[in-house]
Design a protein around this ligand. Structure first.
Ligand code: N2P
Length: 347
């Protein structure tokens, strides 16, 4: 066989392999999660290791995700990343399936301190993905005399240069904390007071935003933003003037968890994904990319000193004691929805 015959055979073989490859249908893992919440390289690694395709769709709040699931306009999905209070709502409504513990051996790496605070401590339906400490981000050179207090949102010199989250449990929660109440309050008088505070803040704000505030702070379009800790931290990487503080009146602590919906089809692959994320080295890589702590105790040794000593990722005890987990308020969720509608329409 001469060189050109071998060449032709090789070309044929390659074409055949390509053809077979195209015909072979890869399983597709459909993920519905928050924006900027995965590291693309890790997704590629998972795809390669498991011979699958991962398709990601994003949402900007728990409530958007819930509404989409109910409306069935997207999906079905194989994995969701709701906050713990929303996990409880989904579970109570029969929208989740229990996890198979034996398929997630890396569950043992989850940080027990965080697990103790989680509503689903035994990880029956959910496994923690990342922790958020809701904070205030601000531009150090633009905001004079910054004080770590929600009262910053009242500052007249920041009129039109501040934003708050378009996430009603967070924003009404911030007002409740400012007033000295629980951010899970269901008391009508306390909620009415909180509404009045948010309406007052609204007069001073550029708007309520869940995603755009990060770039706006980076670009200096706004000087103060109520935001999710990791988004603010990631912004610091782009603009070194950004500072982050947790208001002294206290703030929200939330976990986003990995859950498998009841109508998922790639159940084994979804478990493999959860187990992959819980691998200590993967978790450390993810923490450093998304800037939210993956509460994986074994992973902490792999974090760079800069991340390991970060006070937003690992808040000191005096901050932790002021944080409160956003919890499910049951039927009273309707009160929050109504209040939020009034806030959006009023003022
Ligand atoms: C990611 C926001 C996720 C944090 N952009 C909300 N808990």
């Amino acid at each position: 066989m001469n060189g050109s015959t071998i060449g032709r055979w090789l070309a044929c073989a390659m074409a055949l392999a390509l053809l077979c490859g195209c015909k072979e249908k890869k399983p597709v893992l459909r993920i519905y999660t928050w924006s900027d919440y995965v590291k693309p390289e890790l997704i590629q690694r998972f795809e390669q290791e498991n011979g699958c395709q991962v398709v990601i769709d994003t949402y900007d709040s728990n409530e958007t995700m819930y509404d989409q699931l109910v409306a069935r306009e997207k999906g079905p999905f194989d994995l969701l990343f709701p906050s713990s209070y929303m996990v409880k709502i989904l579970r109570d409504e029969g929208m989740l399936q229990p996890l198979v513990p034996d398929w997630i051996p890396n569950r043992r790496n989850v940080d027990a301190t965080y697990l103790e605070m989680a509503p689903d401590r035994k990880m029956v339906y959910s496994v923690p993905y990342a922790v958020t400490v809701t904070s205030l981000g601000y531009l150090g050179t633009q905001v004079k005399d910054f004080k770590p207090t929600w009262a910053m949102l009242d500052r007249a010199d920041l009129k039109g240069r501040a934003t708050m989250l378009a996430d009603y449990r967070e924003t009404i929660g911030a007002a409740l904390k400012f007033l000295g109440y629980s951010l899970n309050s269901t008391n009508d008088r306390e909620l009415a007071e909180a509404k009045a505070v948010v309406l007052r803040w609204k007069q001073n704000l550029a708007g309520f935003e869940n995603e755009d505030y990060k770039e706006e702070l980076v670009d200096g379009e706004v000087s103060l933003a109520h935001g999710y800790s990791g988004d603010l931290m990631a912004g610091q990487g782009e603009n070194g003037d950004i500072q982050i503080a947790v208001p002294e009146e206290g703030s929200a602590l939330s976990f986003d968890d990995m859950v498998i919906p009841a109508d998922a089809t790639e159940i084994v692959l979804a478990h493999k994904f959860i187990n992959f994320i819980l691998d200590p080295r993967v978790a450390a890589e993810l923490t450093e990319y998304i800037c939210y702590l993956c509460p994986n105790e074994v992973s902490y040794q792999y974090l760079s000193p800069e991340f390991r000593t970060n006070r937003i990722l690992f808040p000191p005890p005096e901050v932790v004691e002021k944080l409160e987990m956003i919890g499910d308020v049951g039927q009273d969720q309707a009160k929050y929805e109504k209040l939020w509608e009034e806030i959006q329409n009023g003022g």
